[in-house]
Design a protein around this ligand. Structure first.
Ligand SMILES: Cc1ncc(C[n+]2csc(CCOP(=O)(O)OP(=O)(O)O)c2C)c(N)n1
Length: 829
């Protein structure tokens, strides 16, 4: 009998037997036989120091090749389910198929090793039973209704998974080893072990699942939330059966699983309404090493999987060298996911046959372990021996197939496409900006009135909070044109109008339902029973879906999810809001590696919107700056849009433009705080009907100005107030509402209009080493046509803002004074 197929003769239950079994259910995994090379030694456990038949039976089940960790799950039904599966016989494995998959996986790596010696491929050898594991999991998922699989993984074994699970041709992978024509990708593209792929997986009985391997950066685990967001979007497209039909499977390295916080952030939202995917499957491709770092240096726990115990989900450790046990665990994991809608972790413990990559010598740091590995045969040989089959003919057949594939690779184009875009992307485009992309964003007054009606209504008998009631009354007046529209209302009207036009809207972030600054109130809370009513979800029967969620207190995990969601739901306006813009740098990997570079590296588009509250208001170093400079530094070749709308109507048109244009580009919006309700930043209802978003707000009333101040955001309103106070009639103030793509034509036209201006002054609140200054200066010089361009800003500083409200006031006054001072003093840094 193979190790994975443990059975125990039925014995009458007794209290004593139950107690012994209970100890093994709880602690057996600590003495399980999990490591093919024997380095992971059993832990001495007094609770398991029992003799006799009962103990032997329990030991055979819980200390064999499978170590099941599940007694930390409080729900007795779930614990019983797992115990029952562990303690009962499972169907006989299809050993011929397992062997075929192992031969395929290992010979593929060997062929790559021989053909492309000295090239990195991150071999799967040592954990080759990953392929039969995925094979069984997908077949099990298909039995339960899965039609699509979303897989995320890093480098290890990726090429193998592409060919043996995602269904790409080996020839396509070989062609990528031949390298690409450099002229086709100069400065862009990505390495082969980061690229995504789509394909088809066929189960042994001929059913097929469409597979999607997610593109990812080198940054380990960063793809986790992205893959979950993508799976969620695919599920939402399907509707009620989405969770059944789309299964996300995430593969992790052992060191990365234990070490990377973004994965912990992702797991944390596994069961939350706005983020759940009905259970994700996690496989740790555990080779007990991370580059050169061993587990005792890598985590403080015995297993790298311990982090998963932050939520009550099962963890199955399994010896990768017992393929029968591996496939058994695969089926149990999938069945559990479908039974309880819960994530499951499978910790597949093997080894790494080569160095971190194939050009790395592991004998320098792990000489003893690598002596063992060199003497250790490949798994297919061990397994063939165990099941009494001669593997030689299949090995030869696979080699021949791969030889043929390599020959045909030479015929293929060097950079063959590995994926097909889903149909829902056909209406959208990326690439460079063109004015022909523009659309009308104005909404007629009668439509705005109808939306306002819905926005300010709630069901009869709903106990509304008096402060919210007042706000809704004010919004109703705004909708009738009796009161200027503020930012909160402009946003609600933008969302409402899109929803009624059929464009779904999804918004998440910390405390986003109410809004950090009490400005949104997208969810009304009944003061008696705390029931929730969402006006935007109840505007009209045929409207599109509106979702708004308070997120977990995470930036990277949630922004990654929303980016992923936007990747598979381009019709939806997907927005993520930072509590304050400062905190977005917690998601820097998602911003740098996916949002800014995704189109360049992978030719993958996203229309995700980042709402980043920004503005110097004396709140200290951490609540002032959303770091405009960071986004401008990431901007090139029209990869992202960076905007700071200075009034409510501009915000309205900007949001609508983002949803209605066919151009799918991430949009970074610097949003206001104190300006949210400030009358100077409010707009008339008519402005929502007439205009579209203006990248430059001209100063029409200052034709004969001798100086032009250019600014963006709140400081502009302060400059306008100061000009009024000074009764200055020689200064024009121009708002730059879109920083990138830089609106050169619009700004040039505006500066040309101020022909009598002798100097152009850029004014910003940020210190000299931050804000838009460095980005803008050369561009402003171009648009100024030879006139001097000066700048007013805070002195360069290591921290974005002062902690003292008094110092802030003083600095702000100085900025205003300098902006209106004579040429000589206006450039200081
Ligand atoms: C966030 C991040 N930090 C560092 C690295 C560099 N790096 C690449 S692979 C690796 C080791 C990964 O070990 P493990 O997660 O166990 O996976 P394995 O390579 O062993 O399969 C490291 C440190 C990286 N890619 N990403």
């Amino acid at each position: 009998m193979a190790r994975g197929q443990v059975t125990v003769e039925p014995v009458a239950a007794s209290e004593k037997r139950e107690a012994i079994f209970d100890a093994y259910r709880r602690w057996g995994f600590l003495q399980a036989d999990l490591d093919p090379l024997g380095d992971l030694q059993p832990v001495a456990m007094a609770e398991l120091d029992v003799d006799g038949k009962d103990a032997a039976d329990a030991r055979a089940i819980y200390c064999g090749s499978i170590g099941a960790e599940f007694m930390h799950i409080a729900d007795r039904e779930r614990r019983n389910w797992i115990a029952q599966r562990m303690e009962s016989e499972s169907p006989a494995p299809d050993r011929a198929r397992i062997l075929e998959r192992l031969v395929g996986a290992e010979i593929f790596e060997q062929v790559l090793q021989t053909r492309y010696l000295g090239t990195k491929r991150y071999s799967l050898e040592g954990n080759a039973s990953l392929i039969p594991l995925l094979d069984e999991m997908l077949a099990a998922a298909a039995d339960l209704g899965a039609e699509q699989g979303v897989i995320a993984m890093s480098h290890r074994g990726r090429l193998n998974v592409m060919v043996h699970i995602v269904g790409r041709q080996a020839a396509e992978v070989f062609a990528r080893f031949e390298d690409v024509d450099p002229r086709s990708v100069l400065g862009s593209g990505d390495v082969k072990y980061h690229l995504g792929a789509t394909g088809e997986f066929v189960t042994p009985d001929g059913r097929s699942l469409s597979m999607h391997l997610v593109s990812n950066p080198s940054h380990l685990e960063a793809v986790d939330p992205v893959a979950i967001g993508r799976a969620r979007a695919k599920q939402m497209r399907i509707g009620a059966e989405g969770k059944q039909r789309v299964i996300p499977i995430l593969l992790h390295g052992d060191a990365a699983f234990a070490g990377q916080g973004i994965w912990a952030e992702t797991l944390n939202y596994a069961s939350l309404e706005g983020f759940t995917v009905g259970g994700s499957i996690h496989i740790i491709v555990n080779n007990l090493i991370g580059f050169t770092t061993v587990p005792s240096e890598s985590h403080s726990s015995r297993f790298s999987s311990d982090l998963a115990k932050r939520i009550p989900i099962p963890i199955f450790h399994v010896n990768a060298e017992d393929p029968d046990a591996v496939v058994r665990v695969g089926r149990i994991a999938i069945d559990y996911r479908y039974a309880f809608g819960s994530p499951v972790v499978v910790d597949l413990i093997g080894y790494r046959r080569h160095g971190h990559s194939e050009v790395d010598d592991p004998t320098i740091t792990q000489p003893r372990r690598y002596r063992k590995i060199q003497a250790h045969p490949p798994l297919y040989q061990i397994y063939a021996g165990k099941i009494g089959v001669d593997a030689t003919p299949s090995v030869e057949a696979v080699r021949n197939e791969l030889d043929a594939a390599q020959k045909s690779a030479e015929e293929l184009e060097k950079n063959p496409p590995m994926r097909e875009m889903p149909e829902y992307w056909s209406a959208y485009r990326g690439g460079r900006y063109s004015a022909s992309l523009e659309v009308e964003t104005g909404v007629p007054a009668n439509e705005l009135a109808a939306i306002s009606e819905g926005l300010s209504s709630y069901p009869p008998g709903f106990n509304i909070h008096p402060k919210v009631k007042k706000l809704l009354e004010q919004r109703a007046e705004m909708g009738k044109g009796k009161r200027p529209v503020d930012f909160g209302m402009a946003e609600a009207l933008a969302f409402g109008s899109l929803l009624r036009q059929g464009a779904p809207v999804r918004l998440s972030g910390q405390d986003t339902r109410r809004g950090t600054f009490n400005q949104r109130h997208a969810a009304l809370i009944d003061t008696e029973n705390e029931e929730v009513f969402i006006p935007l979800a109840n505007l009209s029967p045929d409207q599109a879906r509106f979702e708004v969620y308070n997120s977990t207190l995470s930036e990277a995990g949630i922004l990654g999810f929303e980016y992923g969601y936007s990747r598979d739901y381009p019709e939806t306006l997907v927005l993520w809001e930072a509590q304050f813009g400062d905190f977005a740098n917690g998601a820097q990997i998602i911003i740098d590696q996916f949002i800014a570079a995704g189109e360049d590296k992978w030719n993958l588009l996203s229309g995700v919107v980042l709402l980043l509250p920004h503005g110097y208001e004396g709140q200290g170093p951490e609540h002032s700056s959303a770091r405009i400079e960071r986004y401008l530094q990431l901007a090139a070749r029209d990869n992202i849009q960076i905007c700071q709308p200075s009034n409510a109507a501009q915000y309205f048109h900007l949001l609508r433009r983002q949803a209605l244009r066919s151009w799918r580009k991430p949009l970074i919006v610097f949003t206001p705080k104190s300006m949210l309700r400030n009358p100077v930043a409010s707009s008339s209802l008519a402005e929502l009907s007439e205009k579209h978003f203006l990248p430059v707000l001209p100063d029409k009333g200052a034709e004969s100005a001798t100086r032009v101040l250019i600014c963006t955001g709140k400081i502009g309103h302060e400059l306008v107030a100061e000009r009024k106070r000074l009764k200055d009639s020689s200064t024009a103030i121009v708002f730059l509402e879109q920083l990138y793509p830089f609106p050169e034509a619009e700004l040039t036209a505006e500066l040309d209009r101020h022909a009598s201006a002798r100097e152009i002054v850029w004014v910003q609140e940020e210190p000299a080493n931050m804000g838009a200054l460095a980005f803008l200066l050369p561009r402003l010089e171009r648009t100024a046509r030879g006139r001097p361009v000066l700048s007013v800003k805070r002195s360069a500083s290591a921290s974005p803002a002062t902690g003292s409200a008094g110092a802030h006031e003083l600095e702000q006054k100085t900025l205003l004074a300098l902006a209106f001072a004579t040429t000589k003093s206006s450039s200081r840094s």
